[in-house]
Design a protein around this ligand. Structure first.
Ligand SMILES: [Zn+2]
Length: 308
């Protein structure tokens, strides 16, 4: 069985200024760590093509796609929100990030790999149906979910989001879609201050106070996510894999260790084996301390390989 690793060097062309934490160096840190640990050789490395407009339209209105393309400058930066800049390469990089998730979803559903991780940027889980925010332009994971639901035999999916920030964009897109379970753990109260209290049967919130460490995190995930997964019985699981809940991360104040990302990925792997034929598509979201990001992504991939 195979774990696919999907990335594109052009995702590094998108950058938002020298001091911005969501930097091209994030992907370089992951690749370097996977290379040094020998893990990269165990992965099936794939290169995506850029998503086309019709594919982006799986989760976003055409007018919004046009707005993002038009916001892409010829030189310098334009801002989609105060935290989210576009440079001349941003639309291309965002289409590659989306294309990676679509390729990974297709590979996992077809059975040509067991599970897949997309090391891409810009990230996606803060992008709502028609608005960019929080470093995100298009909601990459939502595009994969929509494609799987519309184009394949997959009928029920779960999106599991352990980024330190709440996945407001994913909740916005799927809040009235009972076939999509969305579970998000996040520091609370904290950015993005949207959708964190919305009540829906298919939305599971796991708010965590600043300072939450390993054992309280694990208890909360087991308490909230496992019963929801048992009720929902997804055909496929998608992971919004943000690593900014790590104790060394400069943006969040949770206190997770690298080992916690191995643990939660293993837990998700067990659920995927039980309900979903092992099918997992994971996509990078946050993670801003470069060494911690590299080690956490390695731990995540190690658990995806072990999930076979
Ligand atoms: Zn985050």
């Amino acid at each position: 069985m195979i774990t696919a690793y999907i990335s594109h060097v052009d995702c590094e062309l998108h950058e938002m200024g020298a001091s911005h934490p969501e930097s091209p160096q994030r992907l370089q840190a992951i690749t370097a760590q996977l290379g040094a640990s020998g893990l990269l050789e165990q992965l099936d490395c794939l290169t995506p093509t850029a998503a086309i407009r019709d594919q982006l339209a799986l989760a976003h209105p055409g007018s919004y796609i046009h707005e993002i393309e038009a916001l892409c400058p010829r030189q310098g930066y334009n801002y989609a929100d105060p935290d989210t800049a576009l440079n001349p390469h941003s639309f291309h990089a965002a289409r590659l990030a989306a294309g990676a998730v679509l390729l990974g979803t297709q590979r996992v559903v077809s059975g040509s790999c067991h599970n897949a991780f997309c090391a891409v940027r810009p990230p996606g889980h803060h992008a709502e149906h028609a608005s960019a925010m929080g470093f995100c332009l298009f909601n990459n994971i939502a595009l994969g979910v929509e494609w799987a639901l519309q184009q394949t035999a997959v009928e029920r999916v779960a999106v599991l989001d352990f980024d330190v920030h709440h996945g407001n964009g994913t909740v916005d897109i799927f809040k009235d879609r009972p076939e999509v379970l969305v579970c998000s753990s996040f520091q609370y109260p904290f950015y993005p201050f949207r959708y964190q209290d919305i009540q829906r049967p298919n939305i599971v919130h796991t708010p965590l106070p600043a300072g939450t460490a390993s054992s309280a995190f694990r208890q909360a995930i087991e308490r909230d996510w496992l019963p929801a997964l048992a009720r929902h019985r997804p055909d496929m699981i998608f992971i919004s894999a943000g690593f900014d809940a790590h104790r060394d991360d400069p943006l969040g104040q949770l206190q997770l260790d690298t080992e916690d990302f191995h643990w939660i990925t293993g837990l998700i792997g067990e659920a995927a084996s039980r309900y979903a034929g092992g099918r997992i598509l994971s996509v990078l979201e946050g993670g801003y301390n470069l060494p911690a990001l590299g080690r956490s992504a390695e731990a995540h991939l190690r658990a995806l390989l072990e999930a076979h």
